[in-house]
Design a protein around this ligand. Sequence first.
Ligand SMILES: Cc1ncc(COP(=O)(O)O)c(C=O)c1O
Length: 409
Amino acid sequence: MDIFNKCATDAGYFGTFRVQDDCYFTRPVLDPIPGSRMLFNGKPVIQWSINNYMGLAENEEIMAHAAEAVKRYGTSAPMGSRMMTGNTDRHMELEQQLADYLGKESSVLFNFGYLGVTGTIQSLVDAKDTILMDKLSHASMVDGARLSAGDYRVFRHNDMNSLETHLKRVNRNRKGGILIITEGVFGMQGDLGDLAGVCALKEQYGARLFVDDAHGFGVMGEKGRGTAFQLGVQDKVDVLFGTFSKAFAAIGGFSATDKCVADWIRYNARTQVFTKSLPMIYVEVILKTLEIIRDNGEERRCRMMANAVKLKQGLLDLGYSVGNGPSPITPVYVPAGDMQAGARIVRSLRDLGIFITGVMWPVVPKGMILFRMIPTASHTDEEIQLTIAAFRTVRDQLKLKMDASLDEK
Ligand SMILES: Cc1ncc(COP(=O)(O)O)c(C=O)c1O
């Protein structure tokens, strides 16, 4: 048996698309300059699929700052890992500013959010420890749990009874610590983690809590401090994780926590110890972006939220099944989870100049297909109205059965 045999089949993630050499539903080719209007296959479209929540991807002040940083540091700096030759006072300054912003003692930078989640979990969880993870946790958390030496179990999404059942079971024969893992804003469906409920249980059962707030950091709460801040439990979350690839429109991530825990992660997270440190360009860009989001972000944040409300309401009025959570994420569920219908809707909307992306397993549970739309501070009223009109046209042209539930598939 040759390990390459499978490569010639349609197995694996998105296999049916891969064998067709798809560049439409998966890997669509887009003009890389981000914004609410982009070019797709050379044609202008209104873009609803990028995580540019605060509309900062196209911000000229940040771009000028980045150009200055390149002039000053070049593209290679710093050379080496943080442990050896890649640490600078600017990296440490950024870590302290992030910690202060979130009311934590310290923070640890990572080159990618994915590496931050995996590395943080791996470094904290030893062989006798147990991870209890929300069922809808992002793949990076699943991979962090697999990378760790500990055992992991999954509780039903946002279900505190399910979490408590697991806590009781683990406690019956407890040999080590327990790390509960959940999200602030759940990235696909836009609902919030029940952080108050999780915090109460983690205190009752002597566990620790890691919250991945990739989609809430910079977006939710006063000054964009995140979902836990908005829900009033910031001080109870043991490790807060945020990424710079979404509201910050950059790259990288961090974990913020107590100083001794941060130092432990710094010295033990394999995904950062054994790799080159975050480039200076991004350190400078993130410092600048933090200043904008923290000190000057309120107007953008209000615009983004108002845009989300308008988009959600417009689509609900047309009869679409739309997740109406408190975050800007706008999931539109494909009637009956029907893949063919989903593909037809994507094509029809793109033909009308509206770019959306279908999301299916393994990103969401099997049997579910949704369009994850991201309203941003950059979208205009006109773009929202054009989008709602296009959804109306598609509903009527395709004669969509709007009330078909997932179970009718
Ligand atoms: C919830 C969540 N955690 C972590 C990540 C990984 O972040 P990054 O893209 O910065 O590596 C993502 C990105 O999709 C995410 O949605």
